[in-house]
Ligand binder design. Structure first.
Ligand code: G6P
Length: 609
C-alpha cells in the first residue's frame, strides 16, 4: 500500500526521504518518487520499480533542499508507470497521496473543461490541480488544502508542498494513516512510525480529518473547520534495530523464527498458574466480557484465519455462539446482531480499511462492545475500540504474515479462556488449558527444528502449479492459512479444504502432479482423516502429512512423506502446526526465486477498500 514520508529540515532532506521510503517498502508498492523544493524550484524524480532505482537517479544527479515529500505507490488509478508515480505536480504545488478519491471523475472533468491538461491517470493529480487553483484565488497553502479536502469523498493521507511557501509541508488524513515525527529544529510526516524512527522517536498520531502544518520549528494541527486542535506527542517504543534483518536471508524467515519470543511476550503478565489475569482487556473489560452471550469476529486475510480458529475454540470451551466474517463482506450486509454480542476486530496493522470500516459500521448495529486484537498500539482500530488486547509481535515486515498470526492465536486463546472460565468451564480443565497455552512458545521452538527436513521437502514443489491443503476441525483454518502462505509467496495455486469435503469436488483434481498437504493432529478425527488420505493415495497423489508425534500413522505413504510434529496438546495444536506450513511456503518460495518479503501485487497494510 502507498507509503508517505515528508520532511522540513535545515539539512538536505532527499537522503532522509529515501531512507524513510525504504522502511515503508514492506507495505508493498510498484513505483517510487520524491520532490524537494530547491529555492523556488520543485525538483522531482520518479521511477517504476524499487526505491533503490529512484535512489540511483538521485545519486547520479543529487540536489539540495530542506523541504520535501516522497512516496511509494501501489497502483489504484492507472498503471504502475513513471507518469502515474507520485509526487504529482500542478502549477506551484506538489503532492503525494495514499488512498482513493471516489468523486475524482467529476472534479477532473470540471478542471479539464476549464483547460487543465493532466499528465497522469491518477486521482492524485486532480487534487494537486484543485489545490493550485485555490491558491490562484489568493489562499495560502494550508487554507487551500483545507478547502479542497472538504470537497473530497473517499480516503486519503496526503503531504503537499508549494513553491510559494518553501518552508512548510501540509499533511491531511481521512481513512488512511499519517503521523507527525517531531524532531529538534526539523519535523516530519510518515505513514507509520517505522518510516521516521531513524530520525525521531517522538510521534503525534493524527485523528480523522486532521490537517497539519509542519515547519522546522512548529507543528500545528487543525480540524476540518480550520480551528487549531491539540494532539498529544507520544514516545514511540519502536527501536531502529527491531527492524533489522540480521543473520536471516529474509524478514519472513526472521519473523518465523521470532515466534517463540513473540508468543511469550504476548502471554507475559496475562496468564499465570491460577489462570488468565484480571484486567488484561483494559478498563471495564472483565465486567463487559462477563455479559457476553455471543461473539462476532471480523478481519481480513491471515487475521481472518485466526478468527476462524477462535470460533472452534470459543464454541467448544466457552459454549458461546461465534460468527466469523471477512470485513469487506460484513460491512455491506445487514448482519443480525443478537443481544449482548461482542464485536471482535482482528488486525495486525490496525489500519486495514475494510476492518476499520466494519468496526465503525458495528457501532450502528448495537453490539455490547468492541474488542480490538491488534499489533500496533497507536493504530486506528485500537484507538477506536472499547477494549484491546495487543499482540506483542513487534514490527512485521514480510508481507506474508507469520508471527502476527501466531500471536493473534495466543491473544484469542486468552480471550477463549477468559470467556470459558466466566461461563463455568470445569476448573481442572480450565487450569490444564492455561498450562498448555503457557507451553506454546516452547512447542513452537521445537517445531522450528523441523526446518532442514522441510527445506528438503520443498524441492518437490518447485515444478508444481497446484497444491491442496487438508485439515479437519480446528485444523481446517490452519490448512487455509497454509495454502494462503503458499500462494502469496511462491505463486503456486493452492486451495484448502476440510478433508471430509474432498470427495465432493477436489478429489477430481488429484493425480500424480498434485501434492496434497495434510495436517494430522492426534484426536478423535484422526481415523476419519486417515480414510480421506487413503482416497488421495488411491489416486496416485503425493501426500505430505504433518502428523502429531502421538498420532498412530501407517508408515510412509508410497508417494510423499510424513513429518512428525509435537503439537503439545489439542488446544494449542493449531498454532504449532502453523509453523511447519510457514516454513514449507518460505522454502518453496526461496527455491522458486520469488521476492519473498515483497510478493508481487500484494501489500502489507491495505489502507484502501
Ligand atoms: C494484507 C496483508 C495480509 C494481512 C491482511 C490483513 O492482505 O498482506 O498479510 O493478513 O492484509 O491485514 P491486517 O493488518 O488487518 O491484519
Amino acid at each position: 500500500m502507498c507509503g508517505i514520508v515528508a520532511a522540513v529540515a535545515q539539512r538536505d532532506v532527499a537522503p532522509l526521504l529515501i531512507a524513510g521510503l525504504k522502511e515503508l517498502e514492506y507495505r508493498g508498492y510498484d513505483s517510487a518518487g520524491l520532490a524537494v523544493l530547491e529555492g523556488n524550484q520543485v525538483r522531482r524524480i520518479r521511477a517504476k520499480g524499487k526505491v533503490r532505482e529512484m535512489e540511483s537517479l538521485y545519486q547520479a544527479d543529487p540536489f539540495p533542499g530542506g523541504t520535501g515529500i516522497a512516496h511509494t505507490r501501489w497502483a489504484t488509478h492507472g498503471m504502475p508507470n513513471e507518469a502515474n508515480a507520485h509526487p504529482h505536480v500542478a502549477g506551484r504545488v506538489a503532492i503525494v497521496h495514499n488512498g482513493i478519491i471516489e468523486n475524482y471523475a467529476p472534479l477532473r472533468e470540471a478542471l479539464q473543461a476549464r483547460g487543465h491538461v493532466f499528465t497522469s491517470e491518477t486521482d492524485t493529480e486532480v487534487m494537486a490541480a484543485l489545490i493550485d487553483a485555490r491558491i490562484d484565488t489568493g489562499l495560502g497553502l494550508r487554507e487551500a488544502v483545507l478547502a479542497v479536502v472538504r470537497e473530497l469523498e473517499g480516503a486519503y493521507a496526503i503531504a503537499v508542498i508549494s513553491r510559494d511557501e518553501p518552508d512548510c509541508v501540509i499533511g491531511a488524513r481521512r481513512g488512511a494513516p499519517l503521523l507527525v515525527g517531531v524532531g529538534i529544529g526539523e519535523n516530519f510526516l510518515g505513514s507509520d512510525a517505522q518510516a521516521l524512527i531513524q530520525v525521531t522517536n517522538k510521534m503525534i498520531y493524527l485523528d480523522e480529518d486532521d490537517v497539519v502544518e509542519i515547519t522546522r520549528e512548529r507543528v500545528q494541527v487543525f480540524g476540518l473547520d480550520g480551528r487549531p486542535v491539540e494532539r498529544e506527542t507520544h514516545e514511540s517504543e519502536l527501536s531502529a534495530d527491531a527492524v533489522e534483518r540480521g543473520e536471516y536471508r529474509h524478514y519472513m524467515q526472521k519473523e518465523i523464527f521470532e515466534q517463540p519470543r513473540a508468543v511469550a511476550d504476548t502471554l507475559e503478565s496475562r496468564i499465570g498458574p491460577h489462570g488468565v489475569l484480571p484486567n488484561i482487556f483494559g478498563v471495564g473489560g472483565d465486567e463487559l466480557l462477563a455479559k457476553v452471550r455471543g461473539v462476532h469476529i471480523i478481519a481480513c486475510g491471515t487475521s481472518y484465519h485466526a478468527g476462524l480458529v477462535a470460533k472452534y475454540w470459543i464454541e467448544e470451551y466457552a459454549r458461546l455462539p461465534v460468527a466469523v466474517e471477512v470485513a469487506s463482506e460484513y460491512r455491506y450486509r445487514e448482519a443480525v446482531v443478537p443481544a449482548d454480542t461482542l464485536f471482535v476486530a482482528i488486525s495486525q496493522s490496525g489500519e486495514t480499511a475494510d476492518t476499520l470500516a466494519a468496526m465503525r459500521e458495528s457501532r450502528r448495529r448495537g453490539y455490547l462492545g468492541t474488542l480490538a486484537i491488534c499489533n500496533v498500539p497507536e493504530s486506528s482500530v485500537v484507538r477506536e475500540a472499547d477494549l484491546k488486547l495487543m499482540t506483542r509481535a513487534g514490527p512485521e515486515i514480510g508481507v506474508a504474515s507469520t508471527k502476527a498470526f501466531t500471536t493473534q492465536l495466543a491473544a484469542l486463546a486468552l480471550l477463549t479462556l477468559r470467556l470459558a472460565h466466566e461461563r463455568g468451564l470445569d476448573e481442572t480443565r480450565y487450569l490444564a488449558l492455561c498450562e498448555q497455552l503457557q507451553s506454546l512458545p516452547r512447542m513452537i521452538e521445537q517445531a522450528l527444528q523441523l526446518e532442514p527436513e522441510i527445506q528438503a521437502l520443498a524441492e518437490h514443489f518447485i515444478p508444481r502449479h497446484h497444491a491442496l491443503f487438508l485439515g479437519r476441525g480446528v485444523q481446517f483454518p490452519v490448512a487455509l492459512e497454509g495454502s494462503l502462505k503458499l500462494k502469496e509467496i511462491s505463486y503456486i495455486h493452492a486451495e484448502a479444504y476440510p478433508a471430509g469435503e474432498l470427495k465432493h469436488g477436489p478429489l477430481a483434481l488429484v493425480d500424480e502432479d498434485m501434492p496434497v498437504v495434510a495436517v494430522a493432529p492426534n484426536g478423535p478425527l484422526l481415523d476419519k482423516l486417515k480414510s480421506n488420505l487413503q482416497e488421495v493415495r488411491a489416486r496416485g497423489g503425493e501426500l505430505i502429512v504433518f502428523a502429531d508425534k502421538a498420532a498412530p500413522m501407517d508408515g510412509n505413504p508410497s508417494r510423499g512423506s510424513v513429518l512428525r510434529v509435537d503439537a503439545g496438546g489439542e488446544f494449542i495444536a493449531p498454532a504449532v502446526f502453523t509453523v511447519p506450513l510457514q516454513l514449507l511456503s518460505y522454502h518453496v518460495a526461496v527455491l522458486r526465486g520469488t521476492d519473498v518479503d515483497q510478493p508481487r501485487n500484494l501489500a502489507k497494510s491495505v489502507t484502501v477498500e
